[in-house]
Design a protein around this ligand. Sequence first.
Ligand SMILES: Cc1cc2nc3c(=O)[nH]c(=O)nc-3n(C[C@H](O)[C@H](O)[C@H](O)COP(=O)(O)O)c2cc1C
Length: 338
Amino acid sequence: MPSDPPARLSHRKLRHIEACLLDESQYQGVTTGLEDVAWPYHALPELNLEAVDLGCTFLGKRLSAPVLIGAMTGGAEKSATINRNLAAAAQRLGLGLMLGSQRVMLEHPEVAASFQVREHAPDILLVGNLGAAQLLKGYGPADLERAAALVGADAMAIHLNPLQEAMQTGGDTDWAGVLARLREVVAQTRVPLLLKEVGHGLGAEVARQVEGLGFAALDVAGAGGTSWARVEQLAETGRVYSPDLAELGLPTAQAVREVRRVLPSAPLIASGGVRTGLDAARALLLGADVVAVARPLLVPALTSAEAVEAWLTQFIRELRVALFVGGYADLATLKQRG
Ligand SMILES: Cc1cc2nc3c(=O)[nH]c(=O)nc-3n(C[C@H](O)[C@H](O)[C@H](O)COP(=O)(O)O)c2cc1C
């Protein structure tokens, strides 16, 4: 299997982090569309705010709130700090954590420790990660199972990122046969698999293409937050040289609606530009089961577990208030009444 030298991979990851820290990494024109979802307001909620129950079960694990920390990688030395801080906060708050791409770890086992967070988070829902591009280049079920086993993951996410790859010099741009490969891999892998984008969105068409393949969940990772086409351009040249291409994608609200319409009962993650608890509430109202947040947690994750915890506590508080003033006692009521 082709292998980039570890120094090159970690240098690229570091450039990604630096690019993600810039405001220019975010969509500039396109928004998630969540802001247009009308949220009901009940002046007589007949509820106790503190008793609003945000608990749910996702992929077989209990969560205290329907919130996952989105997949993020670091440069070699930074990824250990990022993952440790994210994991410790997820454990304390009872939330899930999606790890960043484990490709570097499979190619260079010496960096595996930076992904191994189970000692900080023995109980959480933990999701590993690998790119579909890697599955087209020789990686397969055994590698996904190994990646999961090495970190103690409950499931593995496969990310689709054709636009990001196309923005990268030497990116993996031959995606012919990807659906057949996914079908093969899902059928043969003995770890639950999720399918996600990286910020440009999965919509109705993808949902129809993968229907019945056996994915345990889908994460729309829609447009309106971090644009990986922007990140890739910034990381490579320091500027966004194709700004229109970088704005391509399905806005998160639309992506959730579309996937939910095609797959009414598939476990569904809403992500991409989810920035507040009210954004999360609106995505749940559209039919998502849980939300995931990535970029807003990057600075806190580089700081401390306490900083991550503080950001998420505020976010969950906002979600609780939204349900309270919407008159929803819990997530089941939100789902039933819509
Ligand atoms: C620093 C950083 C690193 C990321 N690395 C990965 C990755 O390795 N694998 C992946 O599937 N997605 C990765 N993502 C994409 C996120 O999981 C997410 O889909 C995307 O950023 C949109 O969410 P956001 O708007 O909340 O940032 C990364 C995002 C950030 C900010």
